[in-house]
Ligand binder design. Sequence first.
Ligand code: SF4
Length: 155
Amino acid sequence: MININGKIIVSACLVGYNCKYNGGNNYHPAIAELVKKGDVILVCPEEMGGLPTPRPACEIRGGNGNDVLDGNARVVDINGRDVTAEFTKGSQKILEQALNNEVKTAVLKERSPSCGVNLIYDGTFKGIKKSGMGVLAALLDRHGVKLYSEEDSLP
Ligand code: SF4
């Protein structure tokens, strides 16, 4: 059960914001209900890092979000452009918000190279999933924020 006491961070696409790479969203009714009950900070690390919407699909190449934070993997878009700096910048902005607001919990979009909690794509752009966190999820996890995806059980 998700503890919604205090502020929680939520991926904005899960409540209908059209910040997904293709200009759409990932609306999830149960998350939208959760947001109504809680004190929520809606975020999109890719937009907050300066990337436009729509934007080319991105994946982590050579590792996972933790590897990106350690400088051992890169985020690239489907055209081969390195967007590691934008991903890192947006995630750092959200970490500052989390620390300033004593955020203890985040609900993030599974399989995103930013927001994925348990799964991401493998960097080949062939739809192949692998275990691992996205960049934002890894950064929040390092600072003690409890992470859930929309696929975890919700209250
Ligand atoms: S970066 Fe996160 S919040 Fe933004 S569209 Fe992707 S999954 Fe949603």
